[in-house]
Design a protein around this ligand. Sequence first.
Ligand SMILES: *Cc1c(COP(=O)(O)O)cnc(C)c1O
Length: 426
Amino acid sequence: MPMLATDAATAVEQKALHRFQKDSRGFATRAVQAGSPHDPVTGAVIEPISLSTTFAQTSVGSPVGEYEYTRSANPNRTNFEHAVAALENAHYALAFSSGLAATSVILQGLATGGHIVSISDVYGGTHRYFTKVADAHGISASFTGAIEDDLRAMLQDRKDTKLVWIETPSNPTLSLVDIKAVSAIAHEFGVLVVVDNTFMSPYVQNPLDHGADVVVHSVTKYINGHSDVLMGVAAFNNPTVNDKLTFLQNAIGCVPSAFDCWLAHRGLKTLHLRAKAASSNAHAVALALESSPHVLKVNYPGIASHPQRRIAIKQHRNGLGGGMLSFRIKGGKSAAERFCAETKVFTLAESLGGVESLCELPASMTHAGIPPEVREKSGVYDDLVRLSVGIEEEEDLVADVLDAIDRAIKPKSGSGSITPDSGIEA
Ligand SMILES: *Cc1c(COP(=O)(O)O)cnc(C)c1O
């Protein structure tokens, strides 16, 4: 009977081999080449998809190569992890079946029986995990809307704090957190800092370089970038963190398929081109929105009016703002709904980070589960529209947004007079 070496110690020993060397080449070179060896037998430039679930052994305990069973490790997953480690300036990266699977493993591995401090406008699914699932592992969570100011007192108050969780920029109001300042305080108390870097992608921001201990991504968004893979990844430098998370990756089994790893790796190779294009398109859209008389407010960290522009300049590559923005349209919820129905290039849909542009209404869609008083405190009003700006032609995107605003604000001829229900939050 063939042996399936699935025992955890084996997996950890095996993964200890996957301590990736830091790669000092430019970002684009790393994106294209890290974790992309030519096939040593055929010379294939692109790695084959390794669908085999098991790998032959020559004698008991001596696998032919470095792989034994696909849950523990798989060539496509290792190569993808290598590439992400290279882009986040990390020695280690681990891929998971979704962003939330990565989050759950990090919590179980690093915070069991303890307390975590999180920013309040964290991703909705992360918030749900913190408040409705994590207590199964004895984890409690506290939230703050001003983490730089509140963290020290919160850590003094809760000596059992094990993790600080931040997301910068936040969703959907794009407010920023100073990673370096937060990490310095957390480290005084021996507490690890996790940064969800999904919105910026490793091209725009590298949290480990600013002092964070773990960076996590929903690969589903920018890293894969083509809206056709669900996956998560975490990257870090600490070998103890690696042992704990590698053990759980295998022991829980929330791993991505070889096919998805291969697809996400293909997407990652053009991350720098996509992130640059999305960022410059979003910048143009943000400026156009800001000059529209029908827009109350634009949230975009790439423009001067962003209240934390200073943080973007020191934390983001070339001060880029990324591809995400949100804005409040005049005319309240109904104008916002009409806007989303009127766009022709932007598709009304949840999610983000793909090559195609999307729009959505957080208060009615991604953030509908949060009570209005709570979400309005962090700026999520009924008239707030979120855009994931893709890599289409800049002038088409700008024209689409301005035309849709016009149609949302002005009544269609023949449809009677629609007075914008202004006064809702104006
Ligand atoms: C989508 C998302 C997640 C969750 O990732 P999944 O891949 O959907 O599980 C976590 N954080 C942020 C910021 C996200 O946008």
